[in-house]
Ligand binder design. Structure first.
Ligand code: PXP
Length: 247
């Protein structure tokens, strides 16, 4: 299982003072040196953390894989075609939300999303859709030509009991298997931490995780490189645990 590191919250700290430091571009370089397989950043309409300069520079320095998270708007599609990230992850975006709160409704927005997928494919950009682990959404994602689905792990991460977490884990497991059978590559992310990552590693169909907040938070105390390495060690260990059975 590969790890992509989301550097948005390095930019959040920078924006707290409106200056130039800390720089998410440095964080990306350190994350790659520590073994991350990719770098993720979310260019929001309101530019609350990552800005246009960050995306441009990240494109220049990232040597692994740059994944640009964005809403499926005309402005963002234009930027993606200009910057050419390796992957675009389409996410829903609401101005008032603190972070991405739910998955994309691919079923409802099938036609407009299909167009965006086609435009990005013409630019040779792979497209990932951030969706809830719901079978109809995965079917729609495959139907409109997505390459990857990123399963929203927020409900798992926010579960308030062991039982609820187990249920969410099985929902993710079933969804991941289903998506793989549809020919999609499967990633997962949102709210994953050092404390809750191990069970996710027991889902064989999840090839990739995207983690930001927990790594940036730990980096304050142990440094960025160590924070990335510690997550990678957990992922390696988690992959050695017995895989979950389907239920
Ligand atoms: N994946 C997607 C699609 C996201 O929107 C986010 C949050 O920006 C993440 C992964 C990373 O979530 P977290 O910061 O909670 O690790």
């Amino acid at each position: 299982m590969e790890l992509s590191v989301n550097v948005d919250h390095v930019a959040t700290v920078r924006e707290a003072r409106g200056g130039t430091q800390p720089d998410p571009v440095y964080a990306a370089m350190i994350a790659e040196m520590a073994g991350a397989a990719g770098i993720v950043c979310h260019l929001r309409e309101d530019r609350r953390h990552i800005n246009d300069r960050d995306v441009r520079l990240l494109r220049e320095v990232v040597k692994t894989r740059l994944n640009l998270e964005m809403a499926a708007t005309e402005e963002m599609v234009r930027i993606a075609r200009d910057v050419l990230p390796d992957v675009v992850t389409l996410v829903p975006e609401r101005r008032q939300e603190r972070t991405t709160e739910g998955g994309l409704n691919v079923v409802e927005h099938r036609h407009s999303l299909r167009e965006v997928v086609e435009i990005l494919h013409k630019a040779d950009i792979q497209v990932s859709l951030f969706v809830e682990p719901v079978l109809e959404q995965l079917e729609a994602a495959a139907d409109i030509g997505a390459d990857i689905v990123e399963l929203h792990t927020g409900h798992y991460a926010n579960a308030t009991s062991e039982r609820a977490a187990q249920q969410e884990l099985y929902r993710l497991h079933n969804a991941a298997e289903f998506a793989r059978r549809l020919g999609l590559r499967v990633a997962a992310g949102h709210g994953l931490t050092y404390e809750n990552i191990l069970p996710i590693c027991r889902i064989p169909a999840i090839e990739h995780v995207s983690i930001g907040h927990a790594i940036v938070g730990r980096a304050l105390f142990v440094g960025f490189e160590r924070a990335v390495r510690q997550m990678l060690e957990l992922i390696r260990y988690g992959r050695l645990l017995p895989p979950l059975e389907l239920r």
